[in-house]
Design a protein around this ligand. Structure first.
Ligand SMILES: Cc1cc2nc3c(=O)[nH]c(=O)nc-3n(C[C@H](O)[C@H](O)[C@H](O)COP(=O)(O)OP(=O)(O)OC[C@H]3O[C@@H](n4cnc5c(N)ncnc54)[C@H](O)[C@@H]3O)c2cc1C
Length: 374
């Protein structure tokens, strides 16, 4: 797309983002440290671009999916830092907007400005795919809840200021009906967090431990015991984001395909890149189809599972080909981006629903196969 045909929202964002990036690079360089990423998010908030996809009434710009994707491409174009507020702005924020009290909706402005960073305390050591089985327990007291249990794999959990926490409030009810959602500041007494060291050397996840953590009744999001319905809404918002991630991968693969690096590679590697390229085009086409049907909730949800499944396996193959291109340098630590990319890519078929779970969803919803017993 050239400048004459640029999406109008992307065109509005472009000079603002370039100015932010210039200041950001001057102060932080290419740092991926939390303080640098949080500062970038605050700058976006100040400029009014913290969550352009949110409705105007709650501080967003009311952009639809197509316009948001066009803006995402601007972030990719300037090689912008990761937007670490996404768990709040993409997932938790829309959930609070849909189910929260007026008092709780105050968090939305704080998320937008980068004053609050939210994480999602869902998975537990024995309950990831089978999330509805979760055991972290919140006993109901006179004025709130007493929470005991553990969460794991909490993205940005070591830095987040707040957590959307799933707890079991009725241990005697069938598993999907005894869950509630609490909005919890991460400095609440009784909450301890520990980093998880990953294979790629980073520690983007935390384990959270709760020991008699008191949470006031005002922290309950939506009705008591109806947390599963609320969580499904959150996961729905999360899945919508997959179209954007898939679009980015397709662009990365296209760029790689036409790079001088590939032109000079062996016939075997060029063959691998061509296969990647044709799969990237299919992924792009799937994204376009999903966007065209975005208002049909059932079709959009089935498409999101198919895209997630295709994106995740393709992103692993892309990382492998990048290592093949780097050759021995990837093993010798001389091509850290390629080798780190390979290690990081392993998580793509787990995060946001594993490959097997996605296949179950596709079998049930797209092919009409019998549902898994619950
Ligand atoms: C990058 C990343 C970010 C994450 N961020 C967060 C976060 O912010 N907050 C949070 O709460 N969690 C987060 N998670 C955790 C993630 O949600 C879980 O890892 C995921 O749901 C899988 O759960 P599990 O790890 O317990 O694996 P399990 O559910 O134990 O699965 C183990 C294996 O069994 C298979 N399996 C399980 N059930 C079935 C089934 N019914 N049919 C067929 N096969 C099955 C799985 O596919 C997998 O291969 C994150 C994970 C990753 C990788």
């Amino acid at each position: 797309m050239n400048d004459d045909t640029i999406n109008p929202h992307a065109a509005e964002l472009r000079p603002i983002l370039e100015a932010i990036m210039e200041r950001h690079r001057e102060q932080w360089g290419d740092s991926t440290e939390w303080d640098a990423l949080a500062d970038f998010q605050r700058e976006l908030g100040k400029a009014g671009w913290g969550a352009p996809q949110w409705p105007v009434e709650i501080g967003g710009r009311g952009l639809g999916v197509v316009d948001t994707l066009a803006c995402d491409r601007e972030f990719a174009r300037v090689d912008a830092p990761n937007r670490v507020a996404v768990f709040g702005t993409n997932n938790v924020g829309p959930t609070i907007a849909a189910f929260g009290t007026d008092e709780q909706k105050v968090h939305l402005a704080a998320m937008l400005n980068g004053d609050e960073f939210w994480c999602q305390g869902f998975s537990e050591p024995d309950f990831g795919s089978d999330l509805a089985g979760l055991r972290t327990r919140a006993d109901i007291t006179e004025d709130g809840f007493l929470v005991n249990g553990q969460k794991v794999w909490t993205s940005i959990g070591m830095h987040a200021s707040h957590c959307m926490l799933l707890v079991r409030t009725d241990p005697d009810a069938p598993k999907h009906t005894g869950i509630s959602v609490l909005l919890v500041p991460m400095d609440t007494p009784g909450l301890t967090r520990r980093p998880i060291q990953q294979i790629n050397g980073e520690s983007e996840f935390a384990e959270l431990f709760f020991e008699d953590m008191f949470v006031p009744a005002s922290a309950l999001l939506g009705p008591l015991h109806e947390g599963w319905r609320i969580t499904m809404a959150t996961l729905g918002f999360e899945r919508a984001g997959v179209i954007s991630i898939a679009g980015k991968l397709a662009n990365d693969i296209k760029e790689l395909t036409f790079s001088p690096e590939v032109a000079g590679a062996s016939a075997t590697v060029r063959q691998q890149v061509m296969t990647l390229y044709s799969d990237a085009r299919i992924l792009e086409w799937m994204g376009e189809r999903a966007l065209a049907n975005i208002n049909d909730v059932a079709a959009a949800s089935a498409a999101a599972s198919l895209i997630k499944q295709t994106w995740s396996t393709l992103s692993k193959r892309y990382a492998e080909v990048r290592c093949d291109l780097a050759g021995l340098d990837a093993i010798a630590g001389l091509a850290p981006e390629a080798s780190r990319g390979l290690l990081t890519s392993r998580a793509s078929t787990i995060a946001g629903g594993t490959t097997e779970v996605m296949k179950n969803i596709l079998g049930e919803r797209n092919l009409g196969l019998p549902r898994e017993p619950r």
